[in-house]
Design a protein around this ligand. Structure first.
Ligand code: PBG
Ligand code: ZN
Length: 327
């Protein structure tokens, strides 16, 4: 008999069987969304220097990449276009034969069971690298909405299954929802980047997508990292504007926000495990300082525990393999 009474939590940790039985959060292959970067040209497979294992690929490599996803049991891909030509109003974002429109059409033709998510923004397509149109150094809200809506509709016409606007203009969800409805796409869901912070963790992505702003920064439209209540206001706006999914981005430094957005809205919540989060783990793993598999699985599972239903991650292919190995 014990002299002092206390609880024996360790009873449920005694064996791997017991631990598996009481595990509260589980990462599934179905939760993973894989980002790809498509570029013009042929026979292009450029590794992004700050993102080992991530490539920009030309369309002739697309099927090979998509077959790999299917073989691993991943259901969905988010497509980023890197156009050959940029101008001040981002024309290549909404032309019928833009790089992203062709990529979407091709995936739906060659790998029709994959769910294709189109990232809807202008920054890869504008010569100034901002996510909207500019006048005198100011990023204009409402005129940007028109071009973003055109972009979303052109992506839906190309066959995108989901539209994911990442531009952080006010009212983008309402504008895009209306534009899609009017164009006959009322069945296409909007996965809104509702809570997107002006984060230093996007650095490697901007190398991959050639989308760094040529002047200034994105702080007048992306959110200020210290803010939490503002994140809830952003999320609620998007719910009222008709969003079907809500993205919180980045993931790791913002898991508190993932949890609150999930609790407050009840919508499917997507954590975007961004490029800088990928790069840090890769760098440490390549130095032998951490165990890559263990660290990746722990951090993706922590996003599930925080309330994420889905996770956009450059680790999707590896994670899907590790999930299978461990079961
Ligand atoms: C563009 C966009 C960005 C990311 C996704 N869409 C970069 C940015 O806002 O600068 C970041 C993705 C990542 O870092 O992995 N609107
Ligand atoms: Zn952008």
């Amino acid at each position: 008999m014990n002299e002092i009474e206390f609880n024996r939590h360790r009873r449920l940790r005694r064996s791997s069987g017991l631990r598996a039985m009481v595990r509260e959060s589980v990462l599934r292959k179905e939760d993973l969304i894989y980002p790809i970067f498509v570029v013009e040209g042929e026979n292009v497979k450029n590794e992004v220097p700050s993102m080992p294992g991530v490539h920009q690929v030309s369309l002739d490599y697309l099927k090979e990449e998509m077959d790999k996803l299917e073989a691993r049991g991943i259901l969905s891909v988010i497509v980023f276009g890197v156009p050959a030509h940029k101008d001040d109003c981002g024309t290549e974002a909404y032309t019928e034969n833009g790089i992203v429109q062709r990529a979407i059409r091709q995936i739906k033709e060659e790998n029709p069971s994959l769910t294709v998510i189109a990232d809807t923004c202008l920054c890869q397509y504008t010569d100034h690298g901002h996510c909207g149109v500019i006048d005198n150094g100011i990023i204009l809200n409402d005129s940007s909405l028109e071009l973003l809506t055109k972009t979303a509709v052109s992506q839906a016409k190309a066959g995108a299954d989901v539209i994911a606007p990442s531009n952080m203009m006010d009212g983008f969800t309402a504008a895009i929802r209306k534009g899609l409805d009017e164009a006959g796409f009322s069945d296409i869901p909007v996965m809104s980047y509702a809570v997107k912070y002006a984060s230093a963790f996007y650095g490697p992505f901007r190398d991959a997508a050639h989308s760094s702003p040529s002047f200034g920064d994105r702080k007048t439209y992306q959110m200020d990292p210290p803010n939490r209540l503002e994140a809830l206001r952003e999320a609620k706006s998007d719910v009222s504007e008709g969003a079907d999914f809500l993205i919180v981005k980045p993931a790791l430094s913002y898991l508190d926000i993932v949890r609150e957005v999930k609790n407050e809205t009840g919508l499917p919540v997507v954590a975007y495990n961004v490029s800088g989060e990928y790069a840090m783990i890769k760098a440490a793993a390549q130095n032998g300082w951490i165990d890559e598999k263990e660290v990746v699985m722990e951090k993706l599972t922590s996003m599930k525990r925080a309330g994420a239903d889905l996770i956009v991650t450059y680790f999707a292919l590896d994670a899907a393999k590790w999930i299978v190995e461990d079961h």
